[in-house]
Design a protein around this ligand. Sequence first.
Ligand SMILES: [Zn+2]
Ligand SMILES: [Zn+2]
Length: 759
Amino acid sequence: MLVRGVVQGVGFRPFVYRLASDEGLTGSVGNDTDGVTIEIEGARRSLDSFLLRLRSEAPPLARIDAITVQDAEPTGGVGFSILMSEVLGRVSTGIPADAATCPDCLRELLDPNDRRYRYPFLNCTNCGPRFTITRRIPYDRPQTSMAQFRMCAACQAEYDDPTNRRFHAQPNACWQCGPQLTLVDAAGDPIACTDIVNEVIARLAAGEILAIKGIGGFHLSVDATNETAVERLRQRKHRYGKPLAVVVRDMDAARALCELDETETALLQTPARPIVLARSRAGSGIAPSVAPGIPWLGLFLPYAPLHHLLFADGRMRALVMTSANLSEEPIAIDNEEARRRLAAIADAYVLHDREILQRCDDSVMAVVDDAPQFVRRARGFVPLGVPLPLDAPPLLAVGGHLKNVFALARGRFAYQSQHLGDLENLTGLDFFRDSLDHLMRTFEIEPTAVVHDLHPGYLSTEWATQWAEERGLRRIAVQHHHAHIAGCMAEHALEGRVIGLALDGTGYGTDGRIWGGEVLIASMEKFERFAHIGYVAMPGGDAAVREPWRMAFAHLLAAGFSQDEARTLTGASEQEAHLVARMIERGINAPMTSSLGRLFDAAAAVVLNRRTVDYEAQAAIELEGIAEGESSRLERTEYALELRGGNEDLQTLDAGRLWRTLVGDLRKGVAKPEIAARFHAGVAEGFIRAASSARERTGMNRVALSGGCMHNRRLTQLLRAGLEAEGFEVFAHRQVSPGDGGLSYGQAAVGAAILLQES
Ligand SMILES: [Zn+2]
Ligand SMILES: [Zn+2]
């Protein structure tokens, strides 16, 4: 029998061995190019029980996608054996994702009588680094950055013993034979101390900024309860507004900082250990600068032994752990690289001698609409495949521009890369190339086609065009919002056509304009545009993203306000107002957009006086934040976007009345949280009406929700509740991000659908 899925490097063969022995069966188990092959012989009843338990009792990190059973002649052998790794030909099993320290290892870590007491690199088949330390397949020690460490006799004995928890645990190590920590000061000189962990705790307690080499890259860490220290980190990192992630000792500590529901509690404790965005508690003692202006905290539980050690003596309550990079540069992984790039930031460096071979940021998730949703899919999930509903030819989908993630697809799976950051410069592109080489090797996928965004100016488009030409590959351009909706369809294996609400910040449209508030009628291979938010100028192009007051100014003029009124409402100077008004009037450097993200920015600019932002979507996030606690019901107010018939069949959602009502409320002195809540409801109401109108025309009843605005919990919840109340079937992303991080998965689905249709 053949078992496919994530079954190598996760303790699957010893598990099979134990199971077979338990059921009194004979035979063998071995790794195979396609998974794990089991030959087994014995009584019918035992065989049935074996098969049942194979699924129900599989090791925690294993994921069984398929079991194929074939009858064979009995050989009458005795005993059960584990065959050594033999990998030939095509490999579809790949490398497992990195996993957090398991309970057994944690117990050893804190047990003074254990030989691995306080050893910061302990792991076993149920936990530890995988993807980040692997150079190539098969996943075996010589192919990992553990190759340079020769196991001591004790470790080797564990590694060779099929009944041991560390049987074939490739990163197996101990104090005697494995990687070690070093602590150096800002100048790179070793810091003399008797215990590195204690010294690090003392320095953190004193308010120092430490650069800590972790699993997928360096973190910058400070005491999260020390406002001065957090503020200094922000100043040095030039990262002023963006929230910082916080790690705490355990669930009790997490509950003390945030209000956590069941789903969030479960999510925090999964072996992937993502950062979870949860509602913070007032008076928790976390420094205000950790997450200024928003009611959520990015929280995670320890996933590396070192994290546990930093909390072990009880002195530290919560630590900031943020990716050690400047803005959207790739995270630093190399000791020298870190020292060079963090020279002006870190007071000291915690280094180690196990090389990180794959950069991988922490994953970020949030519970939206009662289910986990990806904000950033990286460590702990990459390179696990996401199922596709069709048989994809080998292809590469390069993703978009911001928050780039590419995907390789073959057969029934798409393998998304880790979050790569913005593809705006060559550093980003280098990371992209390295990661692509690695994943192509890992999965032995040689693409026969390349899928990219429709935007001609994206670096990813340029790169894809060149790559396709060099290799003589088929090239497919996919419209941004079509890719979003197709991704949602693919996740739920939806056939035929759906009504797609693609709501985000920026995507290049077929008319050359910037789309982002779109109602599409889409199938996997094509789409038509049914309705969109009425076009408004974006004065200054990208400058309007960084300065939401410009967007507000444009929206207010479009809604019929005078220049003077728009100036007062946006807090613009005479000169600014004059400049922006002229841009809009003459259409100079003022591209037209139907973006919902920009409408949110504009509303935040007026309601919260948020004139400029430090990171994308900051204004919109703050607007959602201030509405927390307000009722989230659709009220059928005057805030609703108005559906209007436009050219031929294309309709527009007009925001004019929304703006007039909103400004009226502001002038009446209506509380800002209430205005923010009504704004959300009005946007949702408009799109629900548009979906109903699309249903009238097409008879379709399924709605797919996608785009970065789906990270907005209030909006997503309003949309789902409202659509379901109208009798729609609603689908949202669960396995990839609804934002641009999920784009390549959707591109892969569209590409595969088009290629299959042609063949
Ligand atoms: Zn373990
Ligand atoms: Zn050892």
